[in-house]
Ligand binder design. Sequence first.
Ligand SMILES: Cc1cc2nc3c(=O)[nH]c(=O)nc-3n(C[C@H](O)[C@H](O)[C@H](O)COP(=O)(O)OP(=O)(O)OC[C@H]3O[C@@H](n4cnc5c(N)ncnc54)[C@H](O)[C@@H]3O)c2cc1C
Length: 493
Amino acid sequence: MIEKDINYNFNMISPKKVMYATYKASNNFQYRSLFKAKSDILKSGKYDEKELNDIIASIFDAETARKYIFEELKGKKPLMLEEIIKLFDFPTENIIRDIFYLKEQGYIEEIFEEVQNNKLNYGESSEFEKGVYKYRVKEHTENFRENCFEPVSIVYNNSVCCHCGLCSSICPMNGIELTRDYLYIDEGKCINCGLCYSVCPQSFSIENLSHFIKKSDPSLKYSVGLGYYKNLYSARTMKYAIRKVGQDGGIGTSLLYYLLNKKLVDAVVTIKHSKDYWKPKAKVIDKVEDLYRTAGTTYVHTPILSVLDKTERYNKIAIVALPCKIKALSKGELFPVKLPLFNKIKYKIGLFCMESFPYEKLLKLISNKFSADPDEIIKMDINRGKFVITLASMEIFSLPLKECNLFTSDFCNYCNDYTAEIADISLGSIGSESGWTSVITRTKKGEEIFNGANKDGLIEIKSYPDKKPLQSKIEKVAELKKVSCKPIDLHVI
Ligand SMILES: Cc1cc2nc3c(=O)[nH]c(=O)nc-3n(C[C@H](O)[C@H](O)[C@H](O)COP(=O)(O)OP(=O)(O)OC[C@H]3O[C@@H](n4cnc5c(N)ncnc54)[C@H](O)[C@@H]3O)c2cc1C
Protein backbone atom coordinates (compact mmCIF):
# COMPACT_ATOMS: atom_id res chain seq x y z
CA MET A 1 0.00 0.00 0.00
CA ILE A 2 2.88 2.32 0.76
CA GLU A 3 4.86 3.69 -2.16
CA LYS A 4 8.47 2.76 -1.66
CA ASP A 5 9.74 4.72 -4.63
CA ILE A 6 9.86 8.42 -4.45
CA ASN A 7 7.51 9.49 -7.15
CA TYR A 8 7.26 13.22 -6.81
CA ASN A 9 6.01 15.13 -9.77
CA PHE A 10 7.57 18.58 -9.78
CA ASN A 11 6.42 19.38 -13.35
CA MET A 12 3.22 21.12 -12.24
CA ILE A 13 5.06 23.45 -9.86
CA SER A 14 6.49 26.79 -10.92
CA PRO A 15 10.21 26.42 -11.75
CA LYS A 16 10.99 29.28 -9.36
CA LYS A 17 9.46 27.39 -6.43
CA VAL A 18 11.21 24.14 -7.38
CA MET A 19 14.55 25.94 -7.65
CA TYR A 20 14.08 27.49 -4.23
CA ALA A 21 13.12 24.12 -2.70
CA THR A 22 16.13 22.45 -4.38
CA TYR A 23 18.46 25.13 -3.09
CA LYS A 24 17.10 24.67 0.46
CA ALA A 25 17.24 20.86 0.16
CA SER A 26 20.96 20.93 -0.54
CA ASN A 27 21.47 21.86 3.12
CA ASN A 28 19.77 18.71 4.44
CA PHE A 29 22.10 17.11 6.99
CA GLN A 30 21.32 13.58 5.88
CA TYR A 31 22.02 14.31 2.22
CA ARG A 32 25.22 16.20 3.07
CA SER A 33 26.70 13.63 5.40
CA LEU A 34 26.08 10.73 3.02
CA PHE A 35 27.41 12.68 0.04
CA LYS A 36 30.54 13.76 1.92
CA ALA A 37 31.30 10.24 3.18
CA LYS A 38 30.60 8.52 -0.15
CA SER A 39 34.05 6.99 -0.61
CA ASP A 40 34.25 5.78 3.02
CA ILE A 41 30.79 4.24 2.71
CA LEU A 42 31.78 2.41 -0.47
CA LYS A 43 34.90 1.14 1.28
CA SER A 44 32.78 -0.26 4.13
CA GLY A 45 31.04 -2.46 1.57
CA LYS A 46 27.50 -2.07 2.90
CA TYR A 47 26.12 -0.49 -0.26
CA ASP A 48 27.46 -0.57 -3.82
CA GLU A 49 27.82 2.61 -5.84
CA LYS A 50 24.44 2.36 -7.56
CA GLU A 51 22.62 1.62 -4.30
CA LEU A 52 24.31 4.51 -2.55
CA ASN A 53 23.59 6.91 -5.41
CA ASP A 54 19.94 5.84 -5.34
CA ILE A 55 19.73 6.43 -1.58
CA ILE A 56 21.32 9.86 -1.85
CA ALA A 57 19.19 10.89 -4.85
CA SER A 58 15.95 9.86 -3.18
CA ILE A 59 16.86 11.62 0.07
CA PHE A 60 17.48 14.75 -1.98
CA ASP A 61 14.18 14.45 -3.87
CA ALA A 62 12.25 13.87 -0.66
CA GLU A 63 13.89 16.86 1.00
CA THR A 64 13.09 19.04 -2.05
CA ALA A 65 9.43 18.02 -1.75
CA ARG A 66 9.49 18.72 1.99
CA LYS A 67 10.94 22.17 1.52
CA TYR A 68 8.25 22.92 -1.07
CA ILE A 69 5.46 21.60 1.20
CA PHE A 70 6.83 23.61 4.11
CA GLU A 71 6.85 26.86 2.11
CA GLU A 72 3.30 26.26 0.89
CA LEU A 73 1.97 25.57 4.40
CA LYS A 74 3.51 28.74 5.86
CA GLY A 75 0.84 31.11 7.15
CA LYS A 76 -1.97 28.55 6.82
CA LYS A 77 -4.24 27.62 9.75
CA PRO A 78 -3.77 24.13 11.31
CA LEU A 79 -4.94 21.53 8.79
CA MET A 80 -5.86 17.86 8.99
CA LEU A 81 -3.82 15.44 6.88
CA GLU A 82 -6.80 15.02 4.53
CA GLU A 83 -6.79 18.75 3.89
CA ILE A 84 -3.02 18.90 3.37
CA ILE A 85 -3.11 16.02 0.88
CA LYS A 86 -5.57 17.92 -1.31
CA LEU A 87 -3.14 20.83 -1.60
CA PHE A 88 -0.37 18.88 -3.32
CA ASP A 89 0.00 16.83 -6.47
CA PHE A 90 2.24 14.22 -4.79
CA PRO A 91 1.38 10.63 -3.85
CA THR A 92 -0.67 10.59 -0.62
CA GLU A 93 1.77 8.38 1.28
CA ASN A 94 4.68 10.64 0.40
CA ILE A 95 2.88 13.72 1.68
CA ILE A 96 2.03 12.06 5.00
CA ARG A 97 5.59 10.81 5.35
CA ASP A 98 6.93 14.31 4.62
CA ILE A 99 4.68 15.94 7.21
CA PHE A 100 5.96 13.54 9.87
CA TYR A 101 9.57 14.12 8.86
CA LEU A 102 9.07 17.92 8.92
CA LYS A 103 7.59 17.54 12.39
CA GLU A 104 10.67 15.64 13.53
CA GLN A 105 12.95 18.27 11.97
CA GLY A 106 11.14 20.86 14.07
CA TYR A 107 9.37 22.72 11.23
CA ILE A 108 5.82 21.57 11.84
CA GLU A 109 3.80 21.00 14.98
CA GLU A 110 0.99 18.56 15.64
CA ILE A 111 -2.06 19.82 17.48
CA PHE A 112 -4.78 17.60 18.90
CA GLU A 113 -8.12 19.36 18.68
CA GLU A 114 -11.01 18.00 20.67
CA VAL A 115 -14.18 17.65 18.65
CA GLN A 116 -17.66 17.41 20.14
CA ASN A 117 -19.88 14.75 18.51
CA ASN A 118 -17.25 13.88 15.97
CA LYS A 119 -19.03 12.52 12.94
CA LEU A 120 -15.87 11.82 10.99
CA ASN A 121 -15.42 8.26 9.83
CA TYR A 122 -12.60 7.12 12.11
CA GLY A 123 -13.95 3.63 12.80
CA GLU A 124 -14.93 2.67 16.33
CA SER A 125 -11.89 4.13 18.05
CA SER A 126 -12.80 6.07 21.15
CA GLU A 127 -9.33 7.69 20.89
CA PHE A 128 -10.18 9.12 17.50
CA GLU A 129 -13.76 10.02 18.34
CA LYS A 130 -12.48 12.52 20.87
CA GLY A 131 -10.80 14.73 18.31
CA VAL A 132 -8.54 15.18 15.33
CA TYR A 133 -4.85 15.79 14.70
CA LYS A 134 -3.95 18.93 12.81
CA TYR A 135 -0.62 20.24 11.52
CA ARG A 136 0.77 23.73 11.09
CA VAL A 137 4.12 25.37 10.47
CA LYS A 138 5.80 26.34 13.75
CA GLU A 139 6.73 29.91 14.43
CA HIS A 140 10.50 30.14 14.36
CA THR A 141 12.91 32.57 15.86
CA GLU A 142 15.79 33.83 13.74
CA ASN A 143 18.33 31.48 15.26
CA PHE A 144 16.19 28.38 14.63
CA ARG A 145 18.16 25.33 13.50
CA GLU A 146 16.49 22.22 12.21
CA ASN A 147 16.85 19.05 14.29
CA CYS A 148 19.53 16.75 12.94
CA PHE A 149 18.84 13.19 13.93
CA GLU A 150 21.05 11.91 16.74
CA PRO A 151 22.71 8.50 16.45
CA VAL A 152 20.51 5.86 18.13
CA SER A 153 22.67 5.89 21.26
CA ILE A 154 20.11 8.48 22.42
CA VAL A 155 17.41 5.80 22.26
CA TYR A 156 19.59 3.24 24.02
CA ASN A 157 20.73 5.67 26.74
CA ASN A 158 17.09 6.51 27.51
CA SER A 159 16.46 2.77 28.10
CA VAL A 160 13.82 2.52 25.39
CA CYS A 161 15.84 0.62 22.74
CA CYS A 162 13.85 -2.51 21.84
CA HIS A 163 16.95 -4.26 20.48
CA CYS A 164 15.44 -4.87 17.06
CA GLY A 165 18.85 -4.65 15.37
CA LEU A 166 17.69 -2.70 12.33
CA CYS A 167 20.14 0.17 12.98
CA SER A 168 23.11 -2.18 12.77
CA SER A 169 21.77 -3.78 9.58
CA ILE A 170 21.38 -0.52 7.69
CA CYS A 171 24.32 1.57 9.03
CA PRO A 172 26.20 2.63 5.87
CA MET A 173 29.54 2.53 7.74
CA ASN A 174 28.99 -0.82 9.51
CA GLY A 175 29.54 1.17 12.67
CA ILE A 176 26.78 -0.16 14.95
CA GLU A 177 26.88 -3.35 16.90
CA LEU A 178 23.73 -4.38 18.69
CA THR A 179 23.25 -7.50 20.75
CA ARG A 180 20.40 -8.46 23.05
CA ASP A 181 22.41 -6.84 25.90
CA TYR A 182 24.10 -3.75 24.55
CA LEU A 183 24.47 -1.21 21.76
CA TYR A 184 27.88 -0.01 20.64
CA ILE A 185 28.38 2.81 18.16
CA ASP A 186 31.89 3.19 16.79
CA GLU A 187 32.26 6.97 16.95
CA GLY A 188 35.28 6.83 14.68
CA LYS A 189 33.06 5.46 11.94
CA CYS A 190 29.81 7.38 12.61
CA ILE A 191 29.14 10.01 9.92
CA ASN A 192 26.07 11.43 11.71
CA CYS A 193 23.79 10.64 8.78
CA GLY A 194 20.88 9.87 11.11
CA LEU A 195 19.76 6.87 9.04
CA CYS A 196 19.71 4.76 12.22
CA TYR A 197 17.44 7.29 13.94
CA SER A 198 15.15 7.48 10.89
CA VAL A 199 14.42 3.76 10.92
CA CYS A 200 14.40 3.30 14.72
CA PRO A 201 10.90 2.30 15.92
CA GLN A 202 11.49 4.10 19.24
CA SER A 203 12.71 7.46 17.89
CA PHE A 204 9.62 9.06 16.32
CA SER A 205 6.31 7.35 15.94
CA ILE A 206 4.62 6.27 12.72
CA GLU A 207 1.38 5.25 14.40
CA ASN A 208 -0.80 8.12 13.20
CA LEU A 209 0.64 7.62 9.77
CA SER A 210 -0.24 3.93 9.45
CA HIS A 211 -3.68 4.55 10.99
CA PHE A 212 -4.25 7.23 8.42
CA ILE A 213 -3.16 5.11 5.47
CA LYS A 214 -5.17 2.08 6.55
CA LYS A 215 -8.37 3.84 7.47
CA SER A 216 -9.05 4.70 3.83
CA ASP A 217 -9.03 0.98 2.89
CA PRO A 218 -12.70 -0.13 2.87
CA SER A 219 -11.73 -3.83 2.99
CA LEU A 220 -10.40 -3.46 6.55
CA LYS A 221 -12.29 -3.68 9.86
CA TYR A 222 -11.12 -1.73 12.90
CA SER A 223 -11.16 -2.03 16.65
CA VAL A 224 -9.02 -0.24 19.24
CA GLY A 225 -7.44 -3.48 20.45
CA LEU A 226 -6.89 -5.24 17.15
CA GLY A 227 -6.08 -2.23 14.98
CA TYR A 228 -6.97 -2.59 11.28
CA TYR A 229 -7.55 -6.14 10.12
CA LYS A 230 -9.26 -8.33 7.58
CA ASN A 231 -10.28 -11.43 9.53
CA LEU A 232 -9.85 -13.28 12.78
CA TYR A 233 -9.47 -17.06 13.05
CA SER A 234 -8.39 -19.97 15.21
CA ALA A 235 -6.21 -22.41 13.31
CA ARG A 236 -3.74 -25.25 13.74
CA THR A 237 -1.27 -27.18 11.65
CA MET A 238 -2.19 -30.45 9.98
CA LYS A 239 1.45 -31.53 9.91
CA TYR A 240 2.23 -33.84 12.79
CA ALA A 241 5.95 -32.96 12.79
CA ILE A 242 5.09 -29.28 13.27
CA ARG A 243 2.37 -29.98 15.83
CA LYS A 244 5.00 -31.70 17.98
CA VAL A 245 7.28 -28.63 18.11
CA GLY A 246 4.93 -25.63 17.60
CA GLN A 247 4.11 -23.37 20.52
CA ASP A 248 0.33 -23.33 20.06
CA GLY A 249 -1.25 -24.42 16.78
CA GLY A 250 2.07 -24.40 14.88
CA ILE A 251 0.72 -21.78 12.45
CA GLY A 252 3.93 -19.72 12.53
CA THR A 253 6.04 -22.64 11.33
CA SER A 254 3.36 -23.84 8.89
CA LEU A 255 3.22 -20.45 7.17
CA LEU A 256 7.01 -20.39 6.82
CA TYR A 257 6.87 -23.96 5.47
CA TYR A 258 4.24 -22.88 2.93
CA LEU A 259 6.20 -19.80 1.84
CA LEU A 260 9.47 -21.71 1.31
CA ASN A 261 7.79 -24.71 -0.32
CA LYS A 262 5.81 -22.58 -2.76
CA LYS A 263 8.94 -20.51 -3.47
CA LEU A 264 7.06 -17.35 -2.52
CA VAL A 265 10.24 -16.50 -0.63
CA ASP A 266 13.80 -17.81 -0.88
CA ALA A 267 14.58 -17.41 2.81
CA VAL A 268 12.95 -16.63 6.14
CA VAL A 269 14.35 -14.69 9.08
CA THR A 270 13.35 -16.06 12.44
CA ILE A 271 14.96 -17.41 15.59
CA LYS A 272 16.66 -20.75 15.81
CA HIS A 273 16.94 -22.62 19.07
CA SER A 274 20.46 -23.46 20.10
CA LYS A 275 21.86 -25.87 22.66
CA ASP A 276 20.98 -23.31 25.31
CA TYR A 277 17.30 -23.40 24.39
CA TRP A 278 16.33 -20.18 26.15
CA LYS A 279 19.02 -18.13 24.39
CA PRO A 280 17.75 -18.09 20.80
CA LYS A 281 19.74 -16.80 17.83
CA ALA A 282 18.39 -14.80 14.90
CA LYS A 283 18.89 -16.84 11.71
CA VAL A 284 18.32 -16.72 7.98
CA ILE A 285 16.84 -20.05 6.92
CA ASP A 286 16.37 -21.26 3.36
CA LYS A 287 15.58 -24.97 3.82
CA VAL A 288 12.22 -26.32 4.89
CA GLU A 289 13.81 -29.08 6.98
CA ASP A 290 15.60 -26.47 9.14
CA LEU A 291 12.28 -24.95 10.22
CA TYR A 292 11.66 -27.61 12.88
CA ARG A 293 14.52 -26.12 14.95
CA THR A 294 12.79 -22.74 14.87
CA ALA A 295 9.30 -23.64 16.09
CA GLY A 296 8.10 -22.76 19.59
CA THR A 297 8.34 -19.58 21.66
CA THR A 298 11.22 -18.32 23.72
CA TYR A 299 10.36 -15.25 25.73
CA VAL A 300 13.87 -13.83 25.51
CA HIS A 301 14.07 -10.83 23.19
CA THR A 302 16.46 -11.22 20.26
CA PRO A 303 17.81 -8.56 17.83
CA ILE A 304 16.27 -10.42 14.95
CA LEU A 305 16.65 -7.63 12.37
CA SER A 306 20.42 -7.49 12.86
CA VAL A 307 20.76 -10.48 10.51
CA LEU A 308 19.00 -8.70 7.66
CA ASP A 309 22.32 -7.67 6.19
CA LYS A 310 23.11 -11.37 5.83
CA THR A 311 20.28 -11.81 3.33
CA GLU A 312 22.26 -10.35 0.41
CA ARG A 313 21.96 -13.42 -1.78
CA TYR A 314 18.17 -13.62 -1.43
CA ASN A 315 15.58 -11.63 -3.32
CA LYS A 316 12.42 -12.41 -1.38
CA ILE A 317 12.28 -12.95 2.34
CA ALA A 318 9.71 -13.36 5.14
CA ILE A 319 10.25 -12.39 8.77
CA VAL A 320 8.65 -13.60 12.00
CA ALA A 321 8.99 -11.04 14.76
CA LEU A 322 7.52 -9.33 17.81
CA PRO A 323 5.41 -6.15 17.37
CA CYS A 324 8.29 -3.77 18.18
CA LYS A 325 10.44 -5.35 15.47
CA ILE A 326 7.59 -5.33 12.93
CA LYS A 327 7.15 -1.63 13.66
CA ALA A 328 10.85 -1.12 12.90
CA LEU A 329 10.47 -2.81 9.51
CA SER A 330 7.44 -0.74 8.61
CA LYS A 331 9.24 2.42 9.59
CA GLY A 332 12.30 1.46 7.57
CA GLU A 333 10.08 1.08 4.49
CA LEU A 334 9.05 4.70 4.92
CA PHE A 335 12.06 6.56 6.28
CA PRO A 336 14.30 7.48 4.68
CA VAL A 337 13.39 5.48 1.46
CA LYS A 338 15.27 3.43 -1.06
CA LEU A 339 17.34 1.39 1.37
CA PRO A 340 17.71 -1.73 -0.81
CA LEU A 341 17.03 -4.07 2.08
CA PHE A 342 13.36 -3.23 2.26
CA ASN A 343 12.46 -4.17 -1.29
CA LYS A 344 13.07 -7.82 -0.55
CA ILE A 345 10.91 -8.10 2.58
CA LYS A 346 7.76 -9.67 1.20
CA TYR A 347 5.95 -11.00 4.29
CA LYS A 348 5.86 -9.79 7.89
CA ILE A 349 4.50 -12.33 10.36
CA GLY A 350 3.92 -10.73 13.76
CA LEU A 351 3.61 -12.42 17.17
CA PHE A 352 1.30 -11.09 19.89
CA CYS A 353 3.37 -9.86 22.80
CA MET A 354 2.61 -8.41 26.22
CA GLU A 355 6.25 -8.48 27.27
CA SER A 356 9.59 -10.15 26.60
CA PHE A 357 12.50 -10.85 28.95
CA PRO A 358 16.23 -10.18 28.86
CA TYR A 359 18.04 -13.54 29.07
CA GLU A 360 19.68 -12.93 32.46
CA LYS A 361 16.44 -11.70 34.01
CA LEU A 362 14.53 -14.70 32.68
CA LEU A 363 17.00 -17.02 34.38
CA LYS A 364 16.62 -15.02 37.61
CA LEU A 365 12.83 -15.25 37.38
CA ILE A 366 13.01 -19.00 36.94
CA SER A 367 15.37 -19.55 39.86
CA ASN A 368 13.73 -16.97 42.21
CA LYS A 369 10.10 -17.71 41.63
CA PHE A 370 10.01 -21.34 40.53
CA SER A 371 13.22 -22.77 42.00
CA ALA A 372 13.53 -24.71 38.77
CA ASP A 373 16.55 -25.68 36.67
CA PRO A 374 16.20 -23.91 33.29
CA ASP A 375 17.64 -27.02 31.58
CA GLU A 376 14.66 -29.01 32.86
CA ILE A 377 12.14 -26.68 31.25
CA ILE A 378 10.63 -27.97 28.02
CA LYS A 379 8.09 -25.22 27.46
CA MET A 380 7.28 -21.69 28.59
CA ASP A 381 3.96 -20.04 28.00
CA ILE A 382 2.11 -16.82 28.73
CA ASN A 383 -1.59 -17.58 28.96
CA ARG A 384 -4.65 -16.35 30.85
CA GLY A 385 -2.61 -13.72 32.71
CA LYS A 386 -0.08 -16.29 33.90
CA PHE A 387 3.52 -17.20 33.13
CA VAL A 388 3.62 -20.98 32.91
CA ILE A 389 6.59 -23.37 32.74
CA THR A 390 6.46 -27.08 32.00
CA LEU A 391 9.33 -29.33 33.15
CA ALA A 392 10.54 -32.50 31.43
CA SER A 393 8.90 -34.40 34.30
CA MET A 394 5.61 -32.83 33.08
CA GLU A 395 5.34 -30.84 36.31
CA ILE A 396 3.71 -27.49 35.61
CA PHE A 397 4.35 -24.25 37.54
CA SER A 398 2.59 -20.95 37.02
CA LEU A 399 2.83 -17.41 38.31
CA PRO A 400 0.55 -14.38 37.82
CA LEU A 401 2.10 -12.13 35.18
CA LYS A 402 1.99 -9.19 37.59
CA GLU A 403 4.64 -10.92 39.69
CA CYS A 404 6.94 -11.15 36.63
CA ASN A 405 6.93 -7.41 35.98
CA LEU A 406 10.26 -6.83 37.71
CA PHE A 407 11.94 -9.25 35.33
CA THR A 408 10.62 -8.05 31.97
CA SER A 409 12.46 -5.88 29.44
CA ASP A 410 12.30 -2.15 30.27
CA PHE A 411 11.40 -1.18 26.72
CA CYS A 412 8.13 -3.16 26.91
CA ASN A 413 6.74 -0.37 29.14
CA TYR A 414 6.81 1.94 26.12
CA CYS A 415 5.02 -0.35 23.68
CA ASN A 416 1.29 -0.10 23.01
CA ASP A 417 1.04 -2.78 20.34
CA TYR A 418 -0.05 -6.20 21.61
CA THR A 419 -1.11 -7.75 18.32
CA ALA A 420 1.57 -6.60 15.84
CA GLU A 421 -0.82 -4.21 14.13
CA ILE A 422 1.44 -3.44 11.16
CA ALA A 423 2.21 -7.07 10.22
CA ASP A 424 0.66 -8.90 7.26
CA ILE A 425 -0.61 -11.54 9.64
CA SER A 426 -0.46 -11.73 13.46
CA LEU A 427 -0.34 -14.86 15.66
CA GLY A 428 -0.96 -15.49 19.34
CA SER A 429 -2.34 -18.00 21.79
CA ILE A 430 -4.86 -15.89 23.67
CA GLY A 431 -8.50 -16.54 22.88
CA SER A 432 -8.00 -19.93 21.18
CA GLU A 433 -8.25 -23.38 22.72
CA SER A 434 -5.03 -25.09 23.77
CA GLY A 435 -3.19 -26.40 20.70
CA TRP A 436 -4.68 -23.73 18.42
CA THR A 437 -3.33 -20.36 17.31
CA SER A 438 -5.33 -17.12 17.14
CA VAL A 439 -4.73 -15.57 13.73
CA ILE A 440 -5.42 -12.01 12.59
CA THR A 441 -5.04 -11.42 8.85
CA ARG A 442 -4.34 -7.78 8.11
CA THR A 443 -3.34 -7.44 4.47
CA LYS A 444 -4.25 -9.09 1.17
CA LYS A 445 -0.90 -10.91 1.22
CA GLY A 446 -1.49 -12.14 4.78
CA GLU A 447 -4.94 -13.45 3.90
CA GLU A 448 -3.61 -15.11 0.72
CA ILE A 449 -0.89 -17.15 2.41
CA PHE A 450 -3.21 -18.17 5.24
CA ASN A 451 -5.90 -19.35 2.79
CA GLY A 452 -3.24 -20.91 0.54
CA ALA A 453 -1.86 -22.99 3.43
CA ASN A 454 -5.41 -24.07 4.25
CA LYS A 455 -6.19 -25.01 0.65
CA ASP A 456 -3.01 -27.08 0.49
CA GLY A 457 -4.12 -29.04 3.57
CA LEU A 458 -1.24 -27.67 5.64
CA ILE A 459 -3.46 -26.04 8.25
CA GLU A 460 -7.06 -26.33 9.41
CA ILE A 461 -9.27 -23.42 10.37
CA LYS A 462 -11.90 -23.58 13.05
CA SER A 463 -15.13 -21.99 11.96
CA TYR A 464 -17.10 -20.22 14.67
CA PRO A 465 -20.77 -19.36 14.49
CA ASP A 466 -19.81 -16.33 16.58
CA LYS A 467 -16.24 -14.97 16.89
CA LYS A 468 -17.06 -12.61 19.76
CA PRO A 469 -15.44 -14.55 22.65
CA LEU A 470 -12.15 -14.91 20.72
CA GLN A 471 -12.19 -11.28 19.65
CA SER A 472 -13.14 -9.78 22.98
CA LYS A 473 -10.43 -11.71 24.87
CA ILE A 474 -7.72 -10.39 22.54
CA GLU A 475 -9.16 -6.89 22.60
CA LYS A 476 -9.31 -6.74 26.39
CA VAL A 477 -5.60 -7.51 26.81
CA ALA A 478 -4.58 -5.36 23.84
CA GLU A 479 -6.45 -2.36 25.27
CA LEU A 480 -4.80 -2.94 28.64
CA LYS A 481 -1.41 -2.71 26.95
CA LYS A 482 -2.38 0.56 25.28
CA VAL A 483 -3.58 2.07 28.55
CA SER A 484 -0.46 1.10 30.50
CA CYS A 485 2.00 2.24 27.78
CA LYS A 486 4.31 5.10 28.86
CA PRO A 487 5.14 7.90 26.39
CA ILE A 488 8.72 8.06 25.07
CA ASP A 489 10.56 11.27 25.86
CA LEU A 490 14.08 11.22 24.44
CA HIS A 491 16.71 13.58 25.83
CA VAL A 492 20.49 13.67 25.64
CA ILE A 493 21.94 11.91 28.69
C1 LIG B 1 8.37 -12.80 23.67
C2 LIG B 1 7.02 -13.34 23.25
C3 LIG B 1 5.88 -12.96 23.96
C4 LIG B 1 4.62 -13.45 23.58
N1 LIG B 1 3.52 -13.04 24.30
C5 LIG B 1 2.29 -13.48 23.95
C6 LIG B 1 1.14 -13.05 24.69
O1 LIG B 1 1.24 -12.25 25.64
N2 LIG B 1 -0.09 -13.51 24.28
C7 LIG B 1 -0.23 -14.36 23.20
O2 LIG B 1 -1.36 -14.72 22.89
N3 LIG B 1 0.84 -14.76 22.49
C8 LIG B 1 2.09 -14.36 22.82
N4 LIG B 1 3.19 -14.76 22.09
C9 LIG B 1 3.00 -15.57 20.86
C10 LIG B 1 2.89 -17.06 21.14
O3 LIG B 1 3.81 -17.46 22.13
C11 LIG B 1 3.17 -17.90 19.85
O4 LIG B 1 4.40 -17.52 19.29
C12 LIG B 1 2.10 -17.71 18.81
O5 LIG B 1 0.84 -18.10 19.34
C13 LIG B 1 2.38 -18.58 17.56
O6 LIG B 1 2.34 -19.92 17.93
P1 LIG B 1 2.43 -21.05 16.81
O7 LIG B 1 2.35 -22.38 17.48
O8 LIG B 1 1.42 -20.76 15.75
O9 LIG B 1 3.85 -20.76 16.20
P2 LIG B 1 5.12 -21.72 16.00
O10 LIG B 1 4.84 -22.68 14.92
O11 LIG B 1 5.61 -22.23 17.31
O12 LIG B 1 6.14 -20.64 15.41
C14 LIG B 1 6.59 -19.59 16.23
C15 LIG B 1 7.51 -18.72 15.43
O13 LIG B 1 7.92 -17.64 16.28
C16 LIG B 1 9.33 -17.55 16.28
N5 LIG B 1 9.79 -17.08 17.62
C17 LIG B 1 9.74 -17.73 18.79
N6 LIG B 1 10.26 -16.98 19.78
C18 LIG B 1 10.66 -15.82 19.20
C19 LIG B 1 11.29 -14.64 19.70
N7 LIG B 1 11.65 -14.50 20.96
N8 LIG B 1 11.53 -13.65 18.81
C20 LIG B 1 11.20 -13.78 17.51
N9 LIG B 1 10.59 -14.88 16.98
C21 LIG B 1 10.33 -15.87 17.82
C22 LIG B 1 9.79 -18.98 16.02
O14 LIG B 1 11.12 -19.00 15.50
C23 LIG B 1 8.77 -19.45 14.99
O15 LIG B 1 9.11 -19.03 13.71
C24 LIG B 1 4.48 -14.32 22.46
C25 LIG B 1 5.63 -14.70 21.76
C26 LIG B 1 6.89 -14.23 22.13
C27 LIG B 1 8.12 -14.64 21.33
